[in-house]
Design a protein. Structure first.
Length: 502
């Protein structure tokens, strides 16, 4: 399968996943709020947020190995087999340690310092839920996550992405069914564990067939090499920790400052931002292996082409979409949440702006992470994470939900500036160039959309006029961007439509 076909297949699978997630997130909130109280639902989403911190070393270990697999691939089969086998050994150890850590948190009654606004009875329930979710992760992800990354360099990303749709479906709809049948937190957690494990069995079997076909053998388990890779991945873990603070972990940080109602308001409003990020990842994830390959080959034209695809998503789709959504989202949101929580247009606009900033930074992030430049990742994650924490402490008590949005924008701006600085430096050292002209168009598009959303939040009586002016300007920017695209991309588009006609 060619690079283009792999990217298209992977993107289609990812878009299938994002559509499924969209249906899930739109359907689930009103259903959960129908059968559960606000406090019960806040426990459920708080436990899921805390899981992102508990599994941080496991995920960073898998991320580090994933890029190592991209480097090794077919160059040294014995080394690849040894790296995969050693990684699985460490993955299992981490999975068990995470389960023990949760049991220790429950035993020492430490959870009351995390779930501050939860009653003692519900606190015990939260502990059980957390342990069940951790056990589910051990059965499905501790080894599975490593194996999926191991087969990706061989062109199996699209196939794994399609399997991911099954995992998403089973992990979402079966627990939802349990909720509608009167299931409490414990019951829903057990259903989540069982459904996730059963779907994982199918994926494990397919992975076994792939490993056999590619002559990948799980032999030469080396604890020493596994520990070495784990130690190297701790830098990624620190980076992941601060990234989680910016992304999922914000919910954990702000929970002491907000009532359950406002906490759910923030979480539900941020759902739109999460959907936008997932949509962006439908292109980023399948494109990443190809971009890393082009960078290693020092193919400037193909590097520019790959980057231009990412920015095209921002300019042609994301910027106009969030602008239009800002106009029509409020009544839809109130229907969606069954009027159990209020809508904050400023928070929605600020969260959308932070996503747009992250989106135009994605090419620089992909270049830095794809080459395992851990030092740069660590510096930027720590700085942006600290800025977020300080901003939250200063702004949230005074400005409440708006303070959260402003803090996230500050953090993303810092991260964007840093990644672009280090990315340009690395490209220059490797005799490659940063596509400044294309970047300027994408930055202008993001600025236009951001300014428009803030105006829409403030001047509520002129929404249609502001939207029309903004979209008109974005159409002009889009036209100029298409005119500036590399010839390689233009020729591929031309040939694609020419084949369709013939």
């Amino acid at each position: 399968m060619s690079s283009v076909k792999r990217i298209i297949s992977g993107s289609l699978a990812s878009w299938g996943s994002i559509c499924l997630n969209l249906v899930i997130q739109i359907m689930f909130v009103p259903i959960y709020l129908t059968y559960w109280t606000i406090e019960t639902y806040s426990i459920w989403i708080s436990c899921q947020a805390l899981m992102s911190f508990i599994t941080i070393f496991e995920r960073s270990h898998q991320t580090f190995l994933g890029f190592e697999f991209l480097k090794i691939k077919n160059t040294d089969v014995n080394n690849l087999n040894k790296t995969i086998s050693s990684g699985i050994l460490i993955g299992l150890l981490l999975g068990f340690i995470q389960c023990l850590a949760v049991l220790l948190l429950i035993k020492c009654d430490f959870l009351r310092h995390i779930f501050v606004s939860i009653s003692s009875l519900n606190l015990q329930t939260a502990g059980y839920v957390l342990f069940i979710l951790t056990l589910s992760n051990l059965l499905s992800s501790s080894v599975g996550g490593i194996l999926v990354r191991a087969v990706t360099p061989f062109g199996y990303y699209p196939r794994m992405a399609w399997w991911g749709i099954l995992s998403t479906f089973s992990a979402a709809f079966f627990p939802l069914f349990a909720v509608t049948k009167g299931g409490d937190l414990i019951t829903v957690s057990i259903v989540t564990l069982l459904s996730t494990f059963i779907s994982s069995l199918f994926i494990y079997f397919d992975l076994y067939l792939i490993l056999k076909r590619e002559n990948i053998r799980l032999v030469n388990f080396s604890l020493q090499e596994g520990i070495t890779n784990l130690r190297n991945s701790t830098i990624v873990a620190i980076k992941e920790f601060f990234d989680n603070i910016r992304q999922q972990g914000t919910r954990t940080l702000i929970s002491p400052f907000l009532s359950p109602n406002k906490f759910v308001t923030f979480t539900t409003i941020r759902t739109g931002s999460n959907i936008a990020l997932q949509g962006l990842n439908t292109v980023v994830n399948p494109l990443m292996p190809e971009l890393v390959k082009f960078l290693h080959q020092k193919d400037q034209d193909k590097v520019n082409s790959s980057i231009s695809v990412l920015w095209a998503i921002v300019i042609l789709f994301m910027s106009p979409a969030v602008t239009i959504l800002q106009v029509y989202v409020e009544p839809l949101y109130l229907i969606w949440t069954r009027n159990k929580t209020s809508f904050d247009p400023y928070l929605f606009s600020l969260l959308s702006i932070s996503v747009l900033i992250y989106a135009i930074t994605q090419p620089a992030i992909s270049i830095i992470t794809g080459n395992n430049l851990l030092k740069y990742q660590l510096i930027l994650s720590i700085v942006s994470g600290l800025i977020l924490v300080l901003s939250l402490v200063i702004l949230v008590p005074k400005f409440n939900l708006i303070g959260i949005g402003v803090s996230l924008v500050f953090s993303e701006c810092t991260l964007s500036i840093g990644y672009h600085f280090y990315c340009k430096r690395w490209l220059s050292l490797n005799k490659l160039k940063w596509p400044n002209n294309l970047f300027n168009h994408s930055a202008l598009s993001v600025f236009c959309a951001s300014f428009s959303m803030l105006l829409l939040a403030y001047y509520t009586n002129f929404k249609i006029l502001i939207m029309v002016l903004s979209i008109s300007l974005q159409i002009v920017i889009s036209y100029k961007y298409v005119k500036a695209l590399p010839n390689v991309v233009v020729n591929k588009i031309y040939n694609f439509f020419l084949k369709k006609k013939t």
